[in-house]
Write a protein that binds this ligand. Structure first.
Ligand code: PNW
Length: 445
């Protein structure tokens, strides 16, 4: 193998955490087992035309049954940390009321299995699988759903709180807003800008109420998980600079500012106008709830944006198999240093970064994803530069541990370090997994 550069060329700080990430609906399958209710992703993916090839998460990577084997894979890789999400409809089938013990037991077995293997659990409370019954009651357009989320969070804290050192509240509120309510290619499949930004407010409220529940009933640390995009002007005109700034408001500050500063960005509020449902939906005290102090900020970075003078997003770098992803490792450095500069030295963790590749299982039983190795090496190096510049980055989680259900793209996009043969559910470590094991062992490149 030629993957390994001279050992120690880029060494991370002692104790740096290397991990991998997944989410419940994307890997678990077992959609009808042990009292699990339906989520909006069951509804959406079973609706003809919504996902590529009509793929659903009904079986996915069958992790619900194969979690012990997957835990052994994690140990084999030498992971320090595993980020997973808890399925709300497994814990409360309809999103309210008494907990479903069998659902909680699954996560208890998973968390115990991680501890047995010396891997730190990092649990996301909400990775998009809203109970369908709550969608029927208005979904995230309904303020009440934020309170239901806090009740659910409290159940989970009481069941697992002493065994999970890091909690994340809402995964990528922006993707729910944009893909769920603006573009409509994620559940619940709406195209309603006015609803979208009210949804942002209620997701923020859900986050803040969950932080309060954590302070009352939980243990460990808690924070939000935000996908951030550096927004660059596409040229050196003042118009492009202005467009990039406003785009930064909609992509980054709309999510960072309420949580970390207790204010919505004024340029975005002005742009939305006083009649927007977001502006009308903010009640006294909401921003105090939303900005309850957090212990860390989880950053997910995939792609930058380049804005021209009329606010159009211009492609600048080669894209991956995911048409929305331009490959630009320096963006990792830019977004990490910017967050530290603008929001202070809050501990950071990268909870997602990765690349889809058209992997196939070779006749010799190997999977050669050289492009993923190069992508990760360049992004790790950019993160290392950020650490050297003083960014308090404590850990890095690759998206994803396993090939899985990539939402509207179904099983067509493979994002895993580990290949999944969906016919047999056989797992095969890709070249990137073998390479990552060396990175972890050396604590660097
Ligand atoms: C994330 N973008 O979604 C999600 O948290 C994962 O569940 C998902 O599998 C992964 O990234 C890969 O897509 C994103 O448009 C969706 O920049 C869209 C964007 C970024 C992340």
């Amino acid at each position: 193998r030629t993957d390994a550069p001279p050992a120690g060329a880029l060494r991370f700080p002692p104790g740096f955490g290397w991990g991998a990430a997944t989410s419940a609906y994307q890997i678990e399958g077992a959609a009808k087992e042990d009292g699990r209710g339906e989520s909006i992703w069951d509804t959406f993916s079973r609706t003809p035309g919504r996902t590529r090839n009509g793929d659903t998460g009904d079986v996915a990577a069958d992790h619900y049954h194969r979690y012990a084997e997957d835990l052994d894979l994690m140990r084999d890789l030498g992971l320090h940390s595993y980020r997973f999400s808890i399925s709300w409809p497994r814990v409360q089938a309809d999103g309210t009321g008494a907990p479903n013990q069998r659902g909680l037991d699954f996560y208890r077995r998973l968390v115990d299995g991680l501890h047995e293997r010396g891997i730190a659990p990092m649990a996301t409370l909400f990775h998009w699988d809203l109970p369908q019954a709550l969608q029927d009651a208005g979904g995230w357009e309904s303020r009440d759903v934020a309170h239901r989320f806090a009740d659910y969070a409290e159940i989970v804290f009481r069941a697992l709180g002493d065994r999970v050192p890091v909690w994340l509240t809402v995964n990528e509120p922006k993707t729910v807003v944009q893909n769920g309510y603006l573009v409509g290619h994620h559940a619940p499949g709406r195209q309603d800008p006015d609803a979208a930004y009210l949804v942002a407010h209620h997701l923020h409220l859900a986050h803040g109420l969950a932080v309060a529940a954590h302070r009352a009933t939980g243990a460990g640390r808690i924070g939000p998980a935000l996908n951030l995009h550096p927004c660059y002007p596409a040229d050196d005109s003042p118009e492009a600079a202005r467009a990039a700034r406003l785009h930064d408001g909609y992509e980054n500050r709309l999510y960072l500012d309420p949580i970390l500063t207790g204010r919505y960005p004024q340029d975005v509020l002005d742009d939305l106008g006083p009649d927007s449902r977001l502006v009308r939906g903010i009640r006294d005290g909401d921003l105090a709830t939303i900005s309850a102090p957090v212990d860390l900020l989880a950053v997910q970075y995939y792609t930058p944006y380049y804005l021209d003078g009329d606010g159009t997003s211009i492609p600048r770098w080669p894209t991956s198999q995911a048409p929305w992803q331009q490959i630009h490792p320096d963006g990792m450095y830019d977004i990490l240093t910017r967050v530290t500069r603008d929001y202070g030295p809050i501990p950071l963790t990268v909870t997602e970064n990765g690349l889809p590749t058209p992997d196939t299982l070779g006749a010799d039983g190997t999977v050669d994803d050289a492009r993923r190795v190069a992508f990760l090496r360049d992004h790790f190096a950019a993160a290392h530069r950020a650490v050297a510049a003083g960014v308090p980055l404590e850990s890095y989680h690759v998206w994803s541990l396993l090939d899985n259900f990539e939402w509207d793209a179904g099983y067509d996009e493979r994002w895993g370090l580990v290949y999944v043969d969906y016919q047999t559910q056989q797992r095969v470590l890709k070249r990137s997994a073998h390479w990552y094991r060396q990175v972890i062992a050396a604590n660097g490149l």
